[in-house]
Write a protein that binds this ligand. Structure first.
Ligand SMILES: Nc1ncnc2c1ncn2[C@@H]1O[C@H](COP(=O)(O)OP(=O)(O)O)[C@@H](O)[C@H]1O
Ligand SMILES: [Mg+2]
Length: 248
């Protein structure tokens, strides 16, 4: 459904993606794991073409997104919702303004209808009566929920989650995991998640892919990941300082 083929990307003389390939199937939740700084966010940014690779392709329905013209790119991006690391809400806007942002910018839906959609999306992520609050009045978990409500405002086919549980306490993290599972079940959304939280990865994922030294070195179900004898994967999932992955 979505095919990342041999992506290469360097910043200066630092190569971040070094032939990364990965296929994402319709309807699945696929989680990309890997250490901080390995290039997980960079990979997500390529998927919605916020970044261009030095070489490589991303195919959707057989078409390379890096060859899309402006109009095709806009249509492509509208198929995605993105929950950014730290939620990335606009502090000067109220919660409902944040959630309705894309609808206001990209559709002709009248304002009262946008308000209704915002309230409905907020309800879907478990928030009621928060429309008129400012992001600064919300807890970290609530901000993530608002970010998720905004990500689904345009009824996307795909959601990209960048570290959805990072920085949350374990209970709040689990509530966010449950929401990610719910998005898949109730909205039939294809999800691509990036995390280094293995508790979350095991719980939400149909498949887990590990990014290491610029490539996807392993893809499998949570059971397959746990059972693999790949020493790099084992070191990461067990969180050990000792092993083939250098600590520094
Ligand atoms: N816009 C950029 N300009 C220069 N370097 C970048 C840029 N974006 C990311 N990088 C570098 O790419 C590497 C991977 O970053 P990132 O994808 O954010 O890692 P993570 O796996 O933690 O999400 C890091 O070394 C980072 O400094
Ligand atoms: Mg990141």
């Amino acid at each position: 459904m979505l095919e990342l083929i041999e992506l290469y990307k360097s910043f200066g003389d630092k190569r971040v993606l070094n032939g990364a390939s990965l296929t994402i199937n319709k309807g699945e939740t696929l989680t990309i794991i890997g250490r901080s700084g390995v290039g997980k966010s960079v990979m997500l940014k390529h998927i919605i073409r916020l970044m261009e690779p030095d070489s490589g392709k991303i195919l959707i329905e057989g078409k390379n997104i890096f060859e899309f013209n402006r109009k095709e790119l806009t249509a492509y991006r509208q198929r995605f919702g993105m929950l950014f690391q730290g939620a990335a809400l606009f502090d000067s806007m109220t919660v409902d303004e944040n959630v309705g942002l894309a609808l206001r910018e990209h559709t002709n839906i009248p304002e009262p209808q946008i308000q209704k959609i915002a309230t409905e999306k907020l309800r879907l992520v478990g928030l009621v009566n928060v429309e008129h609050l400012k992001p600064e009045e919300l807890s970290g978990g609530m901000r993530k929920r608002v970010g998720l409500a905004r990500a689904i405002s345009m009824d996307p086919e795909f959601i990209l989650y960048d570290e959805p549980t990072t920085g949350l306490d374990p209970i709040m993290a689990d509530a966010i995991n449950d929401l990610i599972i719910r998005m898949r079940k109730e909205l039939n959304i294809t999800s691509i998640c990036v995390t280094h939280d293995m508790v979350s990865a095991y719980k939400i994922s149909d498949r887990i892919a590990m990014l290491y030294e610029g490539r996807i070195i392993f893809v499998g179900t949570p059971e397959e990941v746990k059972a693999t004898d790949n020493p790099v994967v084992q070191q990461f999932i067990q969180g050990k300082a000792e092993g083939p992955i250098k600590v520094l």
